[in-house]
Design a protein around this ligand. Sequence first.
Ligand SMILES: [Zn+2]
Ligand SMILES: [Zn+2]
Length: 193
Amino acid sequence: MKKTLSKLTVKDSVKSSVKKVSKKSQKTAYTPADGHIRPDWDSYFMSIAETVGRRGTCDRGRSGCVIVRDKHILVTGYVGSPAGLPHCDEVGHEMHKVVHEDGHESMHCIRTIHAEQNAVAQAARLGIALEGGTVYCKMTPCYVCAKILLNCGIKRIVAAKDYHAAMQSKRIFKEAKVKLDILDNSVEKYKNM
Ligand SMILES: [Zn+2]
Ligand SMILES: [Zn+2]
């Protein structure tokens, strides 16, 4: 009887010491001595989108994007010409005049496929469903990209900055109940806007 009791006591004390150790390690796991600050998920994926954008081939943006679901990267995309065609960086921009509803005119480069569209094209080539995904991108997506992303079943957009012509995108994201988070409310501007 005495033996059984002492066995139980040993078992219990082992259990409680294991619990204590795991609690302690949880508290101290992310405060290393070098003062490193571990990025949160949004900062982490946005920094990857910025890196992806460095592969962009039109200097009027060099935007990149990452599409994520459940904290896993599904696809990436950056602004550039369609595969097999020359890039803006090699042959110059393909500028196109746009006349807006209020009469003002602006110039856009239309040689490239936008980062978001290239990410969707990559998903199509690889057979990856984007349903329920989150898009991390440099700016609030343009109207065309916004419509495409809605039909991919994207549920959240995280933009590093706002885009100067994003009114229509914001309206449809709101109507379709897609969450739009803009991390920095400054507006990305271009030459000849
Ligand atoms: Zn260009
Ligand atoms: Zn776009």
